[in-house]
Design a protein around this ligand. Sequence first.
Ligand code: 13P
Ligand code: SF4
Length: 302
Amino acid sequence: DRLFADDIEAILELKRKHNAVILAHNYQTPEIFHCVSDIRGDSLALAREAQNLEQDVIIMAGVHFMAETVKLLNPTKTVLIPDELAGCSLAEGITAENVRTLRERHPGVPVVTYVNSSAAVKAETDVCCTSGNARRVVESLGVPEVIMIPDEFLARNIERETGIKMHTWSARCEVHERFTPQEIRQYRRMHGPLHIIAHPECSPDVVAEADHAGSTASMMDYIAQHKPEKVMLITECSMSDNLAAMHPQTDFIRPCNLCPHMKRITLKNIRQALETMSTEVTIPADLQEPARRSVERMLAIK
Ligand code: 13P
Ligand code: SF4
């Protein structure tokens, strides 16, 4: 596609010129994911990689909270997001004030916050988690109850796995909350032998219908390991597109939902970000230390 090719060539050139690196979340479209990004992964992998990057400029092809996490972990770098309106319904679903109220309601109970949250919310947090390490983080605390925010469904799924009591918040992922157990059962009936993998931001009823639940990286590992003939990923659409390019032998059944925030990032605005060095992501000075601490605590849990 010539249209893509012009932007791809320009981006590769601009990356060299500005000593820039592009991080892409697994939900980015294939032309971003496969053609211009340097590091790809789930939220946990991108956070881990962010700590050690040596380039001057880091472009986040993902959503705003991911760019904030990069800035927290590598504060001296210029971190750019190609569209600052690339948000997340989970991050927008809770405020720092809400977290303080929850703490008052449950004194002494630790707060575990999904990284899909603002720096202000992270600053009120004991330890962060991602969908890739939520169980490990919660179990590492060694306590019978936890305040787990903001994703109600992730918290309920982890409660079911660990038996640890969760005090939750009511935010949901607008992409994953739309899947229903009826829909999953119908696809199973229609397609016969089918591996179904759900993201833990889906409701517990949906997760109960799946053969496996895990982060986007865990979905990738599952497919590399099982090499299923037919698979259905209960998640964002680009995940199947990106994996289908890597596993031509696997048939991907796609009842996917689009994330409008992830889809704000395009080759065009990545190119523009590199041309104009904007929009730069910054963290208010008073939030930097406390927010960083909650992310670093998470990364220290092996
Ligand atoms: P992962 O950490 O599993 O990649 O999930 C991020 C996300 O935004 C899921 O909707
Ligand atoms: Fe947020 Fe859901 Fe989009 Fe992920 S898919 S960025 S959790 S709205």
